[in-house]
Design a protein around this ligand. Structure first.
Ligand code: NAP
Length: 266
């Protein structure tokens, strides 16, 4: 009965990881962290997920992640086999801005950059460090950070994705952070991956003008693209990549297919 921890599991893909892992094998122990525990617990109850525990954790607050790891150890007996850091800040509505939109708006750029680097990069470092003592006690030792193809040079250039400046920059930094952790724990047998989940249908709430800019780049990049994955499809693919990860791949930035093909044409 492996132990999984999903950091940032209140909704979207993060919540789907809880659901998929719980349904794949009822003997799995699944722990999700959320900023608002009650809301997440309510969903778990409604979905009848018996083997899922929700603990408080805010990626902007390292002490809360240390406390989450302590609570996790009490639930799991001190071990975590799989850690997935999923939570992210998206910098809406600045998400739609291109580099030259910040001429004369430099303070806006800096404010959003500070927040997005804090949550997406520093928050991942805090989560990795908080849970590492539990990962090191496992015989499986798999760690993923959920990244995005938005940080891939080919996607940016070929898709002409001039928007999502803060977001893509934070995910590029995240990819490097993951490589650094992979090198740090190379001789301890911990395998890390920075994992792009594909285009996933999680955001009904994004303003149309922003969504249009995102989707036009996606279809420009891949002419055969049909549409987004469901959260369930993406979660299943991501978990397969984590399981199939080889030693020599540790620290790589991979897609939901386990390679550098970022989208799904089916
Ligand atoms: N959807 C896509 O097409 C897509 C594509 C590429 C990559 N991704 C990546 O996939 C991951 C999940 O995205 P999604 O589409 O599921 O987004 P989402 O539905 O907006 O969910 C974002 C999650 O991040 C959590 N979060 C935000 N700030 C946090 C913080 N400070 N501490 C802890 N949790 C925090 C949110 O929790 P609250 O409920 O507390 O706000 C929520 O659970 C992200 O890393 C995203 O960058 C998504």
């Amino acid at each position: 009965m492996p132990v999984y921890v999903i950091v940032g599991a209140s909704r979207g893909l993060g919540y789907q990881f809880l659901k998929t892992i719980s349904e794949q094998d009822p003997s799995n122990i699944v722990i999700g962290t959320a900023r608002t525990v009650d809301k997440a617990q309510e969903k778990v109850k409604t979905d009848g997920l018996k083997n899922v525990h929700i603990v408080h954790g805010d990626m902007d607050d390292h002490a809360s992640l240390t406390a989450a790891a302590k609570k996790t150890a009490e639930i799991s007996g001190g071990v975590v086999d799989y850690l997935i850091v999923n939570g992210a800040y998206f910098a809406m509505p600045a998400f739609a801005n291109a580099a030259d939109d910040y001429v004369g708006k430099e303070d806006l750029f800096l404010d959003e950059l500070r927040q997005i680097m804090q949550t997406n990069v520093a928050g991942t470092l805090f989560a990795f460090n908080a849970f590492m003592p539990l990962i090191l006690k496992s015989s499986i030792k798999r760690v993923a950070a959920i990244s995005s193809a938005a940080s891939d040079r080919n996607y940016i250039f070929e898709g002409e994705d001039i928007n999502s400046l803060h977001y893509a920059t934070s995910k590029a930094a995240l990819n490097t952070l993951v490589a650094k952790f992979a090198a740090r724990y190379k001789h301890d047998g911990v395998l890390f991956v920075s994992l792009s989940p594909g285009w996933v249908n999680t955001h009904d709430d994004i303003p149309k003008e922003i969504m249009d800019k995102v989707t036009v780049s996606l279809f420009r990049f891949d002419k055969a693209l049909k549409g987004p994955l469901t959260p369930a499809q993406s979660a299943e693919k991501c978990l397969r990549v984590m399981d199939g990860l080889k030693k020599e791949q540790s620290g790589e930035f991979l897609s939901q297919h386990g390679n550098r093909i970022w989208l799904d044409e089916k």
